[in-house]
Design a protein around this ligand. Sequence first.
Ligand SMILES: Nc1ncnc2c1ncn2[C@@H]1O[C@H](COP(=O)(O)OP(=O)(O)OP(=O)(O)O)[C@@H](O)[C@H]1O
Ligand SMILES: [Mg+2]
Length: 505
Amino acid sequence: MVGPPLLSMEGIGKSFPNGTVALRAARLTVHPGSVHGLVGANGAGKSTMIKVIAGAHEPTSGVVRWKGEEVVWRAPGAARKAGVATIMQHVPLAPTLSVLENVFLGARGPWRLPRARRAEFARLLERVGYAIDPDAEVSGLAIGERQMVAILQALATGAELVVMDEPTASLAEGERQVVFDVVRRLSAQGTAFLYVSHFLDEVLSLTDRITVLRDGTVVEEGETAGYDEDRLVQAIVGRDLLAVERKAAAPLADDARVLLSVRGLSSPAGVREVSFEARAGEVIGIAGLLGSGRSELLHAVYGADPRARGEVLVEGRPLRRTPRAAVAAGMALVPEDRGAQGLVGTFPIWKNISLPHLPALSSGRALPREPAETERAVRAIADLGIVCPGPGALPGELSGGNAQKVVFGKWLYGGARVFLLDEPTAGVDVGAKADILELVRAFAAGGGAVLVASSEFEEILAVATRVLVVREGRIVAERAAHETSEEELLMLANGFGEGGARDAA
Ligand SMILES: Nc1ncnc2c1ncn2[C@@H]1O[C@H](COP(=O)(O)OP(=O)(O)OP(=O)(O)O)[C@@H](O)[C@H]1O
Ligand SMILES: [Mg+2]
């Protein structure tokens, strides 16, 4: 790229009060109209770098230049005013406001007038090729839809640089395409993007240049054309690694016990007459697109949806439909939206991991009561490769992916026999992804049953024995994992039968 850079950062250092050094002499250059990828393992410093750009963190050292001029952005407002829009890893939308109100939150100028807003909103939707009800309340939206609202919000500010921290981590295939199209279209019109993602195929197909962070330092920077997936993985983790190895769980014994039975489960939330069984040792993939009801199904099975009707039995015993009863029966749910649902911010890691055992604990304690509590946390930190100062760290001190691993560890070591996982590796880096899938296999091999809901069908096929395809709240197809493919699952999930014809249902 020729011409002066839009943004250039040099010698950026950032230390936190707890002693963590998140960035050391990091650098980054983004040119106008280019799409720049920023990649690295969980805890490498990507979000910290982005927060420095956004004015949310002041760097401990280094220089930031915007269009050639040195700038110090001490507050998010300053960066926004200069022309930087940032979509953070955990989308901070106002849940009780409408889509429209969120999109124009903090917007200046004519968009304060309702009529102008609606017209502009319609124009934005057209630009991004996406449809959403402007009057819907954000709290009622699925996580992927909220992500789209955040993207619209960034566009509404008319930014010259849009920074996206894992914009597609929870999106289904179709919505990812929407994000890519938006990025491509707007960059062609001169908007620059800084794009953080753990989906390396996205980074490779979408970006012009790539910066690789490892342990807070830039280890590589170059044109995307010079990379392939293997080389990129190598740069990120510093060693060769198989990204997602397909190694489905071992075949079931004929006499494997039925651990979970679901009979005629329905809910106004979008679950329709779902029935299936899961046996000990089984990993069942729930393949469905965003809005297919896959998350709603898991919630209903877990008893988290009071409006659900139907029967859920664990080892033959009917469950009362509450999460408390589910936990007592040995069921655990790792929700998709881990930021909001997974962790208690004021509790250190060890205590968060101990939470499922809470009936046995008194809540006010600040120190682990038994060495076992710390031990469990230390084991989770080691098994899942959680980057943190130790079991005493708070969730807010962790990177996004590492916080997710804590939620995962909390349930994994909680003694459950039936494990419900909603997008278990969203936001987790390539190395940890392989680790988590291996832990899922081991959990099943140890006699547990697992339901894995995911929009990443590659991941489902990598662990599952059996796949249930969910569409519009129903199971529309069932396949043995070794007898199907990503392509077939995608067709089925989109409502196409094997012959390519649309299913009647
Ligand atoms: N507020 C904070 N206080 C202390 N340490 C922090 C804080 N925020 C981040 N860190 C630490 O800084 C390091 C870099 O974190 P950062 O969030 O930038 O990682 P990341 O590359 O975005 O990772 P991920 O892919 O998991 O989102 C991590 O070791 C993290 O624990
Ligand atoms: Mg991050």
